[in-house]
Design a protein around this ligand. Structure first.
Ligand code: NZQ
Ligand code: ZN
Length: 383
């Protein structure tokens, strides 16, 4: 196991009826800006629950955060924060709303051009405190210090991280996920599964706690994921998926182990250029990364295949192939596509997709050996 130093300070409030706890979680007398998306919270009762819980606070609202949140929209919220002297941000939504809120929290105090936080690794020295009411379990953003923002003007999607953007608390009520459309449920299952893979499926460093924890999460996500679309109102399935997704990216399983994240980073351009949902990009790319890197990742592929998908028969090569196929079959079972051509993406589009990697000089993967040329080969395997 490698050395590590880590603190995750997010207070989790989990279970039915927990939105009512908000008034005790937000500091008294705060001027709160409630940040939300395109209106799902007004249809499923979450908006009313939040407003009821915030009686006694001075509450402002900023709505219209898009899926894959736009920098341009976030900057409008930054103006509101500055003019109204907001002192607490409350994100009510999925990963996009939470990430947007993290960016608003950082940009509100940033001296200089806030896009530099994403494009140039601009250091965040101060951020507004924020809290989360989660409505979609997928990204783990509710319990981590990361965010991903897109700039429409330049068709870029980039990430940033800072310990200052850990939420102060995350309210996780699985019942609010009943209203999710099947596509978002499936996206959440696949995204959270691949978060585990990005931290687990590298090479062994004899980190038993992290490996067993990761395997337990993958088993949970596959077991419950296979049931959820047929049983959308089952509380236990929703609760297990929600808690698994949070743990898949609250960064505990990634401590002391090598991490990959190449599928994630390669996927940004697919969203920025072709509008694919985040999880849709991953379901296409991950089988390519596993296949291309099957020698480097062999030990972990075999172990994942056996523990999660019961692959035990055949030669080493056969078991590696079957294990990769089992992952892809799971994504297909959840209703996601796994080929670029199914989204109308062609060989002639590949240069555009790897252009940001070339420009920024990214070298991805646990060995840092996936540059834009290798990425192009991996994408070509997924046409
Ligand atoms: O905007 P509204 O109307 O609320 O609708 C949303 C949105 O259209 C809807 N939705 C959310 N909760 C709902 C609901 N509809 C009905 N009932 C509910 N309870 O779902 C749609 C998708 O929401 P979004 O927040 O975009 O989805 P997700 O949580 O998958 O977030 C995706 C974003 O997170 C980033 C992705 O790149 C993408 O931008 N990620 C963030 C990470 C992080 N911060 O750690 C890590 C991830 O790997 C990921 O990159
Ligand atoms: Zn993800």
């Amino acid at each position: 196991m490698n050395n590590f130093e880590f603190c995750n300070p997010v207070k989790v409030v989990f279970g039915k009826g927990t939105i009512a706890r908000l008034s005790a979680l937000i500091p008294a007398n705060s001027k709160v800006l409630m940040v939300y998306g395109g209106g799902s919270i007004k249809k499923n009762g979450v908006y009313t629950q939040v407003i009821d819980a915030l009686k006694g606070f001075s509450v402002y609202e900023f709505s219209g955060i898009e899926a894959n949140p736009h920098y341009e929209t976030c900057m409008k919220a930054v103006n509101l924060v500055r003019t109204e002297n907001i002192d607490f941000l409350l994100a009510v939504g999925g990963g996009s709303v939470i990430d947007a809120t993290k960016f608003i929290a950082s940009a509100s105090y940033y001296e200089g051009e806030p896009w530099d936080i994403l494009a140039k690794g601009g250091v965040i020295k101060q951020a507004l405190p924020l809290g989360v009411v989660l409505t979609l379990s997928a990204t783990g953003s509710e319990m981590n210090e990361r965010a991903v923002i897109s700039r429409i003007e330049t068709r870029e999607k980039l990430n940033f991280a800072s310990p200052l953007i850990f939420p102060k608390f995350a309210v996780l009520d699985p019942e609010v996920t009943y209203s999710l459309p099947p596509r978002q449920v499936a996206n959440g299952v696949v995204d959270s599964f691949i978060h585990v893979i990005e931290q687990y499926l590298t090479y062994p460093v004899n980190a038993k706690v992290q490996d067993y924890f990761a395997e337990g999460l993958m088993e949970t996500i596959v077991e419950e994921g296979r049931k959820v679309l047929q049983n959308p109102d089952d509380y236990d399935i929703r609760a297990n998926l929600m808690w698994a997704a949070t743990n898949a990216l609250n960064c505990w399983i990634g401590q002391g182990v090598p991490q990959d994240w190449s599928s994630h980073r390669m996927g940004y351009a697919l969203t920025a250029q072709f509008g694919l949902d985040h999880a849709q990009t991953l379901a296409v790319i991950l089988p390519g990364v596993m296949t291309y890197m099957c020698k480097e990742k062999q030990a972990k592929i075999l172990r994942m295949g056996e523990v999660v998908f019961g692959v035990t028969e055949g030669t080493t090569e056969e078991r590696v192939r079957k294990s990769i196929q089992a992952c892809e079959d799971f994504f297909l079972y959840m209703g996601l596509k796994t080929r670029l051509s199914e989204y109308g993406i062609k060989e002639s589009d590949l240069d555009l997709l790897v252009e940001p990697m070339k420009r920024m000089g990214w070298k991805l993967g646990e060995h840092g050996n996936i540059d834009y040329e290798v990425a192009r080969k991996i994408l070509a395997m997924r046409l």
